[in-house]
Structure formats: structure tokens, C-alpha cells
Design a protein around this ligand. Structure first.
Ligand SMILES: Nc1ncnc2c1ncn2[C@@H]1O[C@H](COP(=O)(O)OP(=O)(O)O)[C@@H](O)[C@H]1O
Ligand SMILES: [Mg+2]
Length: 510
């Protein structure tokens, strides 16, 4: 006799249906799992047998075959324990198989029969809901799954015995409640930063248009401090973004206690990060930092200290908005539309360009250090600024800096204009100028006559690539949006070009 239980396999953030078929038949006593299982799935056998035993159910003295269908889909992870165990229990008559058919099941088993939390409960619940099914998941994953919808039937038992009792009607499980992360910790505020008006302006422009930003300056000038304050001026996640961000966090196992937050992610990987940590990969093809920063900020501090291959791996997600991870027999794609903020010292000793300072290694100190950033990567960074050491006069002056809240107001207004424009153009998926398709840039950011002549002059003098040309236009559009101006004028282009110039100098060093 064959019993069937529905579960899922993850492909990126999508949950693909998987059928667990359990057959108990006469033959050599033992249990076998087939259907392209990875090592964690193969180990299910031991956990399921121990958990059933601990729950007072003995394995039948027969041959048990578990098939995970479709067989050509790779099955990774430990969440197959629970569907396999429930399939076996249904075959033994301990739970009603027909009621199980209404659910998608996932969960890991401990040897004592309790059900341990697994990653990905949220995308699993969303997948189940789309098929009109309920979800059986671990107790600890319940609050996360409950976010998938108010009408979806979710059972979040603590143990195999609890789920058996629920179906028997002796101890009915209640639906878990979705949990919200309390926003107690206030974000660091721009008001803490004295002086650095140029840098703050660039930060505001970056926030308004979703542009990538690079800051170059001596140690201690406040680059890290500035970057950490970017989230405080960004608008909260829109509902659709919130879901995507949470699904990625769910798969990565980074949703603390299943609580969701509408704050934009801010990821700051260390410069020792590997390629797998950055773009994703590893044993279970986990999302990398670029995906965990989806809809938020990826802060790459000490930019040139990262491994050059790791830095170059950022190019593809920067361009495509998704990270593609190739495996031996399949590819996994995670969304990765992030805003890059990079910070670096001008040279290895950090002081190049400071008045009265000379590097021990002369100009090579600076050129060698800056050439670690490849030209094509630099080309994708629209705003490049120098952050000079903060002057003593600025530091001593009593703080009167503008708080984040008022900057955030201007950013929100500029973003509102952009959203309206993209909606009008029939592109509701695009929220900010930085993501505008190249074909549309010249339409939305057409400069006036004075602007055009400035742009022509600058592109000739500076030798802009086609990409650079379009990126300058996008930044100019954002500057006009911050001004509330309809057309892109000369003043907007002048500022946009100034943000580009420093990078052209760096590129020449490279
Ligand atoms: N503009 C500033 N206003 C107030 N404090 C500052 C400023 N710039 C730097 N600091 C102080 O210097 C410290 C180092 O700044 P940090 O952002 O780490 O510098 P960087 O990343 O450029 O090396 C900060 O923690 C802060 O105390
Ligand atoms: Mg720093």
C-alpha cells in the first residue's frame, strides 16, 4: 500500500511541489529513500526511525520504500523528515491519509520525536496557499508561515504525537499568529554627523534614486558612519518588497523567531567574505549577501581589501538584479536588487591626498591600491565622492545637523514622483531611477538645451562610455526629482557629472 504526502523543494525562493510516496510491502526489513536525495535527506532515514520509535510507534517489520517525486529534481535539506514520517504513519494507520492530502508538509525531526524548525516556512506557506492547501510545519516556524495569509490553514505541532493527537481530535492545535518585530532600536541618525555636507547630499541623492555610491577618504573621516545612516533616510519596504525580502531571509534562516520587519535590509559583509558568502552557494545553495540585501543596502567597507574575484562577482547581480548560482546539475536564482555603497581609503596607508602627507611608497601606494577595483565594476557606481577628514572647526561646532527624518521626507517625495512616472509608463515594477531600463532613460531624463550642450561637452572631454552617459542622465533625473522639477536642467547635469568625475580619475589609475 502506498501513502502520499505533499512537500516542497526550494528553487531559489520558489517552492516546487514534491510528492513523498511511502510504500510498506513484504520483503527485506529496512527503509530506503530514492529520488535524488542529498546527504541530509538520506540521513532522514535514521531520524525518522528514531523519532517514530520515541513516539511509541514501531517500524513495521517489512520493506519500506520512500520515493521523492519528481525524481529528476534535486532534493536538499532536512525538511523532508516530517513528510516522510507522516507518510509512514499514514501507511501504519496512525494518522488519516485522506486528511493529510489537504496539507503541504515540511519539518525536521529530532531523535526524540519533536519537530525542529526549518528554513523556508514562509515560501512554503505561500506555495501551499497558491495550490489551495494548508501547511504543516514545525511549531517554531509557525509565526513565520502565518504571514502567508489569514485564511490559510496552518498546523504547527511541536511533536509527532501532537500532530497525531490533532487528527484524532484529542488535542486540537490552534493556528499560529504572525509576529511583528518590535522596532525598538532606533536607527543611527544623520544628525550625529558634523560637517560633511557634500557627503550627506550624495547620500540623499543615492537614497532618492537608488543609485550606487562610493566614498573615498582617509580613515576616520566618517565613511562607515555615513553608510550606516543610509537606512534611516530610506522609505520602509512596500508590501510586495516586504514579502520578497522575507522569503529570502526565511530560506537563509535569518528571520529571527519568524518575525517580519518593514525596514530595508542593510548588509555589511566583512572583507574576508568568500564568493559563496557574497553571491550565494555552499552546501544548500544559500542566498548570499547580495540577495540578503535585496531591496536594501549592501555596504562594502574597505572595498579594495575584498578578493578581486569576489568584487567582480558583484557585477552580474548589479546588472541583472538577481544572483545566479550554477550547480553541477541545476541553476538557482535568487533576487538581488540591492543598492551598493562602497567605502575605501585613497591608498594603503590611507592618507594620500591629505595636505602635508606623503606616502612612504610614493604615488604607487595610491595607484596600486585603487587599481584593485576593476573598471567595469567602477562603471556601475553612479555617485563617487571624496570624503575629506572632518575639520576641527566642524567637529568643535555644536551639532546642529539636520536629522534623518527631514531628509527622509525629501527622499520619499522624490521617490513618489518616480513611482508615478514609472506607473504612467506602464512599469509599476520599477520604483527608482537607478532601475530604469536603458531604452527609457533618454525619454524620462531628456535635458533642456543648456543641459544638453553641457552633457555633450562633458562626454567628449571625459570620454564617457555609453553606460556612463546613461548613468549620468539617471542621476540628473533624480536630482531634478529632488528639486521637484519637471525637466532635467543644466544645474542637475552639472551635479550629476561632478559625481562621475572622481571615478573617471580612479579608472585612469586602474
Ligand atoms: N563628521 C563626523 N562627525 C562626528 N563624528 C565623526 C565624524 N567623522 C568621524 N567621526 C568619528 O570618527 C569615528 C570613525 O568614523 P568612521 O565612520 O569609522 O570612519 P571611516 O569609516 O571613514 O574610517 C566615528 O565613530 C566618529 O566617532
Ligand atoms: Mg570605516
Amino acid at each position: 500500500m502506498v501513502s502520499r504526502v505533499r512537500t516542497i523543494a526550494f528553487q531559489g525562493i520558489e517552492a516546487v511541489p514534491v510528492d513523498v510516496q511511502v510504500m510498506v510491502a513484504p520483503g527485506k526489513v529496512g527503509m530506503q529513500i530514492v529520488g535524488l536525495p542529498d546527504k541530509a535527506v538520506a540521513e532522514s532515514r535514521e531520524r525518522v526511525q528514531a523519532a517514530l520509535h520515541a513516539s511509541g510507534l514501531s517500524m513495521p517489520a517489512k520493506k519500506v520504500t520512500v520515493n521523492l517525486a519528481p525524481a529528476d529534481l534535486p532534493k536538499e535539506g532536512s525538511h523532508y523528515d516530517l513528510p516522510i514520517a507522516l507518510g509512514l504513519m499514514a501507511a501504519l494507520g496512525a494518522v488519516p491519509g485522506d486528511q493529510l492530502a489537504d496539507y503541504v508538509v515540511l519539518g525536521e525531526l529530532s531523535l526524540d520525536g519533536t519537530i525542529a524548525a526549518v528554513n523556508g516556512a514562509l515560501p512554503a506557506a505561500i506555495g501551499a496557499n497558491a495550490e489551495g492547501k494548508g501547511l504543516i510545519c514545525p511549531h517554531a516556524s509557525g509565526p513565520e508561515a502565518a504571514w502567508a495569509g489569514a485564511d490559510i490553514d496552518i498546523l504547527a505541532p511541536r511533536s509527532l504525537i501532537a500532530i497525531a493527537n490533532h487528527f484524532r481530535g484529542t488535542q486540537v492545535l490552534s493556528r499560529p499568529e504572525p509576529a511583528v518585530r518590535a522596532q525598538t532600536a532606533a536607527l543611527p541618525d544623520l544628525a550625529d554627523i558634523k560637517g560633511q555636507e557634500t557627503a550627506k547630499r550624495a547620500l540623499e541623492v543615492a537614497a532618492a534614486g537608488g543609485h550606487n555610491l562610493m566614498m573615498v577618504g582617509p580613515p576616520g573621516s566618517g565613511k562607515s558612519m555615513l553608510a550606516q545612516r543610509l537606512p534611516s533616510i530610506l522609505p520602509p519596504l512596500a508590501p510586495r518588497e516586504l514579502l520578497e525580502v522575507s522569503m529570502i531571509a526565511s530560506i537563509a534562516g535569518e528571520l529571527a523567531e519568524g518575525k517580519l520587519s518593514d525596514r530595508r535590509p542593510f548588509r555589511a559583509p566583512h572583507h574576508s567574505a568568500s564568493m559563496a558568502a557574497m553571491v550565494g552557494g555552499g552546501l544548500r545553495v544559500k542566498p548570499g549577501e547580495v540577495s540578503l540585501a535585496h531591496c536594501g543596502v549592501l555596504f562594502v567597507d574597505e572595498f579594495p581589501e575584498f578578493h578581486p574575484a569576489v568584487l567582480d562577482s558583484l557585477r552580474q547581480p548589479l546588472e541583472a538584479g538577481e544572483a545566479v548560482i550554477a550547480r553541477a546539475n541545476h541553476r538557482v536564482t535568487y533576487p538581488a536588487r540591492f543598492q551598493l555603497v562602497a567605502a575605501m581609503n585613497p591608498c594603503r596607508c590611507g592618507m594620500a591626498g591629505e595636505p602635508g602627507y606623503r606616502c612612504a611608497r610614493g604615488t604607487r601606494c595610491q595607484t596600486d591600491y585603487q587599481s584593485r577595483i576593476s573598471g567595469p565594476l567602477l562603471d556601475r557606481i553612479d555617485l563617487r565622492i571624496e570624503v575629506p577628514a572632518v575639520s576641527a572647526a566642524d567637529l568643535i561646532r555644536p551639532a546642529r545637523a539636520e536629522p534623518s527624518a527631514s531628509v527622509a521626507g525629501r527622499v520619499a517625495r522624490a521617490r513618489g514622483l518616480q513611482r508615478e512616472r514609472f506607473d504612467r509608463l506602464g512599469l509599476p515594477g520599477i520604483g527608482v531611477n537607478a532601475h530604469c531600463p536603458t531604452a527609457l532613460v533618454e525619454e524620462i531624463a531628456a535635458p533642456d538645451a543648456a543641459g544638453l550642450s553641457l552633457l555633450r561637452e562633458a562626454s567628449e572631454k571625459l570620454g564617457f562610455s555609453a553606460r556612463a552617459y546613461h548613468r549620468v542622465l539617471k542621476v540628473a533625473r533624480t536630482l531634478a526629482d529632488l528639486d521637484g522639477a519637471g525637466a532635467v536642467g543644466r544645474i542637475h547635469l552639472a551635479e550629476a557629472i561632478s559625481y562621475r568625475i572622481m571615478g573617471e580619475r580612479l579608472a585612469q589609475a586602474a
